[in-house]
Design a binder for this molecule. Structure first.
Ligand code: PMP
Length: 383
């Protein structure tokens, strides 16, 4: 927040915002995707009323989104997936925690740090106790997998285990396929319930690859909570569009879970906002619009990958660690003084933790960013 305020107050030409976590195109703008514009035009023509959608939201939106993310998912086909439309991924996460908190005894939530700043406060507000472990090894730039597995082993059956499904925020460090398999097996053995935060599907290697770990967890474990955001994948930040998917142990349990979630949603926001979900439904119900959208999503991820590759080969201290990471974010190895110097001398804004949103970089500003970071990180020779 503070970074955003300072950025807006800065009137220097060419200032660079690497703070706020939204995707920007090569011209530095948050654009409305063409598929979204097209769907909005259709809605404008066809919508006949703006009645309440009901606490669980629009079942057609939920169904289309679930099938787009997890086609042929066993538990979905077996009716073991409860789907509820929510206000953004934040709403999905909150509702998932509220559901979990009703269990007796109320579980603990185990979280790797650093993490999205909303994860711990939201869980505590719901009354869950949080235990943390080290997700990120700043020396290697990789996931501290030993710490992750040790925290699974130390947990109690029924505890919740938070997982970023892809594109870890803020580090970009994610598990490799064999680690995902080992994690799923460890969670099953320890009888933990994963809560998967899936906020960036499609931004790393495409929808199928990005949801693969989540799919495996849902297939492997009898219970799982998935908080899905459409903010990034459809560029619908302001429309507050998301979905909670709960994998339950049986069809009857999934039905009971959906009913409980609906009654919780009623007291939280009554009904979810409709417009963004109607856009997503309109896109996914039409194969032509779906392919426009998936091409646009592909362009976004290719742009992110090319910026990441340029950063990783730029030679500033720690740069090469970025190559194996994914998504919008990366942590730079900068002291607080260097971060302040980037801001004061170069009008480059980033989170005080050193997290940057690489989507804020483009052909017009990346060289300026690279020369500033070489100075700020104390490199004396041009690299
Ligand atoms: N989880 C993570 C990891 C996020 O980064 C974000 C958004 N910054 C969210 C959830 C919430 O997304 P939404 O805007 O859809 O509520």
């Amino acid at each position: 927040m503070e970074v955003g305020r300072l950025f807006r107050a800065d009137d220097r030409e060419g200032k660079i915002d690497l703070g706020v976590g939204t995707y920007r195109n090569g011209a530095g703008r948050i654009e409305v995707m063409a598929a979204v514009k097209n769907a909005e035009r259709r809605l404008l023509e066809s919508q006949t009323g703006k009645g309440y959608v009901g606490p669980g939201g629009d079942p057609a939106f939920c169904d289309h989104l679930a099938r787009a993310l997890f086609p042929e998912l066993g538990p979905m086909a077996d009716g073991q997936l409860a789907l509820i439309q929510t206000p953004g991924g934040t709403g999905a996460y909150r509702l998932g925690l509220e559901l979990a908190a009703l269990r007796s005894p109320s579980p603990r939530l185990i979280i790797g740090t650093p993490t999205w700043p909303n994860h711990i406060p939201t869980a505590e507000r719901v009354g869950l106790r949080c235990t943390t472990y080290r997700h990120y090894d700043p020396i290697s730039g990789a996931v501290d997998f030993d710490a992750m597995l040790a925290s699974v082993k130390a947990a109690h059956p029924g505890d919740l285990f938070l997982i970023h499904g892809c594109c870890h925020n803020p580090t970009g460090a994610i598990l490799d396929p064999s680690q995902w398999r080992a994690l799923a097996a460890a969670l099953l053995e320890a009888r933990l319930v994963p809560i998967v935060d899936l906020a960036y599907a499609g931004m790393a290697a495409g929808i199928t690859a990005d949801v693969e770990a989540t799919r495996q967890l849902v297939e492997t474990l009898p219970e799982a909570i998935i908080a899905i955001s459409c903010s990034k994948s459809f560029g619908l930040y302001s429309e507050r569009t998301g979905m909670l998917a709960v994998r339950a142990a049986s069809m009857a349990a999934a039905d009971a879970c959906r009913k409980t979630a609906e009654s919780l949603a009623r007291s939280l926001w009554s009904n979810p906002p409709d417009h963004g979900a109607a856009i997503v439904r309109t896109i996914l119900a039409d194969s032509g619009l779906t392919s426009v959208w998936s091409n646009e999503l592909r362009d976004m991820r290719l742009r992110l990958a090319s910026i990441r590759a340029r950063l990783a080969s730029a030679g500033f201290p720690g740069a090469n660690r970025l190559a194996a990471q994914e998504g919008l974010f990366a942590m730079l190895d900068l002291t607080p003084a260097a971060i302040a110097a980037m801001r004061e001398h170069h009008a480059i804004y980033m989170d005080p933790s050193g997290r940057i949103n690489i989507a804020g970089l483009n052909d017009h500003n990346i060289e300026r960013f690279l020369s500033a970071i070489r100075v700020a990180s104390g490199a004396t020779e041009p690299m």
